[in-house]
Design a protein around this ligand. Sequence first.
Ligand code: SF4
Ligand code: SF4
Ligand code: SF4
Length: 753
Amino acid sequence: MDQKELRAWEARCVQDETPRCTAACPLHVDVRTFCGLMAQRRFDKAWQTLAKVLPLPSVLARLCDAPCKAECVRKDAGGPIETGALERYCAQVAAPALPPKPLPSRRKTVAVFGGDLCGLCAAWELARRGFSVSLYCGVPGGSLLNLPESVLPQGALERELENLDKLGVDLKRDTDLTMALLDSLAESRDALFVDGDAWPAGFDNFGQPDELTLGTRRSGIFASPAGQPSPVLRAAAARRAANSVERFVQGVSMTTSRQLEGAYPSRLFTSLDNVDAAAPVCGDLCPDENAALAEARRCLQCECMECVKVCEYLKHYKQYPKVYARQIYNNASIVMGTRQANTMINSCMLCGLCEVVCPEDFSMAELCLEARRSMVERGKMPPSAHEFALRDMAFANSDACALARHAPAAESSDYLFFPGCQLTASDPDGVQAAYADLCARLGRVGLMLRCCGAPAHWAGRQAMADQSLSTLKEEWKHLSSPRIIAACPTCLNTLRQWLPEAEIVSHWSVLRAMGLPEGARSDGMVLAVGDPCAVRHDRAIREDVRTLLDRLGVDMVEPELTGELAQCCGFGGLLAEANPELGRLVAQRRADELAEDFVTYCAMCRDRIARTGKRAMHLYDLIYPGGAEPGSRPAPGYSDRRENRTRLREKLLRTLWKTDQSGAEPHEAVQVVFTDEAARLMEERRILRSDVQKVLHYGARAGAQFGHDETGRHLASWRPSTVTYWVEYEQQGEGVLVHRAWCHRMRIKGGRA
Ligand code: SF4
Ligand code: SF4
Ligand code: SF4
């Protein structure tokens, strides 16, 4: 990713955009923070928020006509926040704030002509910027003095006039505001500002002030337009003029980069889903504290965060995609130097939920996958990040597990059943029953056992995925390019994307069309339906599955995040490999969605939810129950998954194709049992039973072992390639009892392991 691409990614996430109220406020009051503080009854702090940006805050807070209300997101849910009323209430109850500290003197003089609201505000703004300001007026305050006490108490105006004095403004009262005076001030000062309420006769010869700069035809003289009724727009004109004066004396462009002065549009998205349409509590005034608190609490504290709300991964890293894009960019820059990449990039499940909920279609999946590919290309992907999953994929595609055949006794195939390596690993009996059912009812159905290549794709190793797919394609062609029936939603997506020439249907649509097989359970159960994230864009499959569940007599309960909004179980994107702890959290969150037992149609979703302790079943458990109680099937561990695949292949070859290809490797003769702790550690550390058997067979035979005289235990090691395995065990009769197993990549220089 280069700088330009980074900026394009960042621009898509609107979370950092200014809240709409603040963007619509001509003075950019931080209304969100103000309302938040008011809601907490922190009136003094709330007042400081106003006083930070408002000139003459005690006056303006009382007079503001609140144009921000027109843009308040709340306007579509009960009515906009009554910010004007809240500001007035705050002005009444909060302790007055000190005037802002002016910047160091610029040694430039500016005259302000006229002392009505706009002139006073201009003097305030200019004095804050470090100008030496003289304000010429008749009576300071002008028309403000005519306002009733209930609207603007005289004390409030007096306080702000004192503050102007503290800011160093020289008030020239009782001045006759003539053109002659204006001419002489224009000559003697660095710049001049004329309040729109104090234009002397003949001033309109200078023309109307320019909308953007408020400059007049005469250089160095700025003016606000006459007759502006809105107090806050008068104050905003004063600020714009002060900005122009600043540019003018600095001799810089008067026009560039001024889009964010005054009101501007904001792209910040805030969802109104689940927002109660509560009507405003206050009108123009808040009658009492309770009303003010209630009104402030109606503020939605606008932000987007739609993706973060639904994704445990985004939540886990405590920021949002705009920040993550920069972190990923920075990470890549560091990687080009000395460091290797971090876990964050490898923890996205690549499930696409963020993109669906994002108003700007921001896809973290795309960003993270691209980053993974780039890391792989540059040789910076940590080897441990996905190694186990890639080894598992290679195993599923090895001679021990893979198979591609026409139906027994058939010489061609009309269909090809592709259950996927994870379903085969999870439920080999279900796969066998499904295949038998398809053969019985559809005739010439071939079978292909292998991995679709998704793990390599997720790991950013597209070349490896392509290699796997090209073998798959050759075998498919060799079987006369039959229509593929896929049972796994991830396989279905992968094959549809990378094998577009094939006709691919889901097993669920086939079952819907031909009806449930005999033996499918039909006793009513209440089950929470868990759509796999892989079908979020496939409404047809979701409907097929619900039709089947309905026929099975299942009473379906839908979680809030379902269908297009389905969450990942933590398998997607290989999260569970790169970040097992977060993977567990993600699965737990899905398991906790609903109290009812869980049913899904993805083997990994089923197994991962079952591992949380929740009763979870795959659709096969209901359609091809095989006598077992649905939901009672344990979630197999890594070693069992491998053995399930090899055994299924051997069994099918033996029973259907009458071929015995079983041939045990020498290490498989080692008889091992494990303590519970050893089994737990092995699962956590991705150490397989076969890894332990190899250590005991090859390592021990090669002499890589020690004995402990007192405990009678032995320690053996074996380094088949890049990882060294250690096993602590004791001999028990013909076999061994394993107490502990661990592994590491590090190699001791000069050592054997
Ligand atoms: S709800 Fe609150 S934060 Fe959102 S636009 Fe309205 S005032 Fe601003
Ligand atoms: S895990 Fe899914 S929802 Fe979360 S960031 Fe990745 S693709 Fe988006
Ligand atoms: S949904 Fe997420 S990525 Fe999209 S704009 Fe909102 S915070 Fe940013």
